[in-house]
Design a protein around this ligand. Sequence first.
Ligand code: ARG
Length: 444
Amino acid sequence: MAKLWGGRFTKETNKLVEEQTASISFDQTLANEDIQGSIAHVHMLMSTAIITEEEGNTIISGLETVQTKLEQGELTPSIENEDIHMNIEKFLIDEIGPVGGKLHTGRSRNDQVATDMHLYLQKHTNELIELVQATQQAIFNQASEHVDTILPGYTHLQRAQPISFAHHLLAYFWMLQRDKERFEDSLKRVSGSPLGSGALAGTTFPVNRGQVANELGFDYVYPNSMDAVSDRDFILEFMSAASIMMMHISRMAEEMVLWSSQEFQFIELDDSFCTGSSIMPQKKNPDVPELLRAKTGRVYGNLIGLLTVLKGLPLAYNKDMQEDKEGMFDTVDTLEHSLMMLAPMIDTMTVKTANMKQSVSEDYSNATDIADYLVTKGMPFRDAHEIIGKIVLHAIDNGKYLLDLKLEEYKDFSDLFEEDIYDVLAPEQVVANRHSYGGPRNNK
Ligand code: ARG
């Protein structure tokens, strides 16, 4: 089949080369963005009289027909036409004849593909922001139910200090808040229009880049044509924000796996979010959070992959840059699916408040509060720490918890202990006393 760029060639392209260089198998995803960008380009070509109104209108209705036919599966892109851009141009020319060949006036595939990618990422980043918000809402709803649910807080996965379940959940709310802000901020850079930069050096036609940017909903045009066609930072930035968000999700997912284990029994995931074992009939496996945890790997991989592709590339466009797409699409898909699973999983999980409470009454996580008690009675914190360490050891040796120790036992360690020590020891009280800004009771 004759190539759109076939003029200077005397031989057919090697079949394997055709397969290696074609991106159509994955960049079909950009069909709508490509047509949207082309229509804006044609509007501009018309208003600057680079093509006539009649030509422009014919091209636009041709592009619309191609779009409908693609959507309805009446047109099948081919590997011979390499990528979505040339496939669409070929379909257009088949549809409306040689005037379709005017579409590519004052433009190159290099500014065209960059424009498509900006459009795609702008749309999907906005959608992702909404999904992050829905997940935050699910977290917030669960948290609202559990302001008074007390459980152990951990450091080093060792019981540290009691906290409220609301406080624990809301830590993730705030992580997602920053993730959302990172996506919002990245939109500033996604909102630049490369179109009109040509292959690398601009164009001889009197194009109006601002008009195209406006029509496509971009905030500005790239000021340098070589940068415009070479920039893939906007994708890297998205992938970085995505990686950080998946890292957060993986931590939350890990806690869900732990909490739903027999050892913790803090939550039970809804049956609809779990799977069974093919051999062990009793099993209810937390596959969903496990996979959320694991999907983080591919999102990191996509980021490192693209950073590596771009490293050391000379200006301007290089075919290497075609490798920017699959990782970006995969990152978008992975994030969308992950968030769509996470929100309802949080919504539907059962929180086993009695087990959480039971755990805090069987540990030494109120020890800091006894130290604080002695400090309020005038003892330097470091001395109080030493004394409470000894009290904990004494309690462990005698198979008791701190609430079980008698006042005389406390007094053996310090005369400062009075009956009111028992007021600060109950886990609920430990949490209630933490009203410093950012503490569990500050969120109420
Ligand atoms: N399929 C190409 C890509 O995705 C489009 C740009 C091709 N440009 C070129 N000069 N060969 O990068």
